[in-house]
Write a protein that binds this ligand. Structure first.
Ligand code: NCD
Length: 303
């Protein structure tokens, strides 16, 4: 039985197969509409979510399966003091696969160790968010035709942004990727990721101003400042509007640069950018459903 905790749990070849399956699902949805008949996904969300939870549920419904779960810790037995390990043992009796989101780093891994059904990490604290990365990679592959030879700028909260950490992990396996980390000093990328890049000899640079590098980018990955992970509100207020991508800054970018964002967006991308053909963050959401359908089929060994 397989789980998904980190994008690196799949080899590059396995990811290729997963993305090929997602492409086929996009082209031939009718072929897949009953493949999960009788199967159920449990979505156990101890932290807020709109996209990820509903995307998993939509994916399972598109496959003909059923969904159950909870969308906040207060409505689960966690509020009575139940541990994640006990909850997953119980969920294993109700469902065939589980997607779990939790504010604590490592919680999904704890669940996986006690589970008798495949567990998908749908975000564990500021650590990893592998299915967002699958979504990001599928979007890039679909719109650019490749996953190598890119200069990618990751901008915003690189310290707490789990989508950023997972995406860097995943992209570090493709050829000729140059990372530009764009963040204020306080929200720099964690040292353990810099160490990993150094060990693998992957080129990166760190800059503070988006204007200084936007013209070099093939891909710009914007992120929100992760308010819920700050220790004090004053720091959040000081940093929250550090970056605002607007029409003026987009004029400096290449004609074929893509702007991605895991969403939710707060102020970091002005709504005036939404109509720019380079802004693909709402398309990303649709790719998220196809790739989660492909993931469910793969983990349930139905392909
Ligand atoms: C992200 C997350 O939860 O980490 N959202 C998502 O799943 N698309 C990004 C964020 O909350 O900023």
């Amino acid at each position: 039985m397989r789980h998904l905790m980190n994008p690196l749990d799949f080899t590059v070849e396995e990811l290729d197969r997963l993305f090929d399956l997602a492409d086929d699902i996009e082209k031939n949805p009718g072929k897949y509409k009953d493949v999960c008949r009788g199967k159920k996904i449990a979505t156990c969300f101890y932290e807020p979510s709109t996209r990820t939870r509903l995307s998993f549920e939509s994916a399972m419904i598109n496959l003909g399966g059923g969904v159950l779960g909870f969308s906040d810790a207060d409505s689960s037995s966690a509020s009575k003091g139940e541990s994640v390990s006990d909850t997953i043992r119980v969920i294993s009796c109700f469902a065939d696969i589980c997607a779990i989101r939790h504010p604590k780093e490592g919680a999904a891994m704890v669940a996986a160790q006690k589970s008798s059904i495949p567990v998908i990490n749908a975000g564990d604290g500021g650590h990893q968010h592998p299915t967002q990365t699958l979504t990001d990679l599928l979007t890039i592959r679909a719109l650019k035709g490749r996953l190598d030879h890119f200069t990618i700028g990751l901008c915003g909260d690189l310290k707490f942004g789990r989508t950023v950490h997972s995406l860097i992990n995943a992209l570090s396996r493709y050829e000729n990727i140059h990372f530009i980390f764009i963040s204020p000093e306080e929200l720099r990328i964690p040292d353990y990721i810099i160490e990993m890049l150094k060990e693998k000899n992957i080129s990166y640079e760190e800059v503070i101003k988006l204007e200084d590098c936007i013209d070099q980018l093939d891909l710009l990955y914007m992120t929100r400042v992760q308010r819920e992970r700050f220790f004090n509100e004053e720091d959040y207020v000081r940093l929250k509007d550090f970056y605002i991508l607007d029409k003026e800054k987009m004029k400096l970018a290449r004609e074929d640069m893509l702007v991605l964002h895991p969403l939710p967006r707060v102020n970091e991308i002005s709504v005036e950018v939404d109509d720019d053909p380079r802004a693909v963050y709402f398309k990303q959401v649709q790719y998220g459903v196809y790739v989660r359908m492909a993931l469910i089929l793969t983990l349930l060994e139905l392909v």
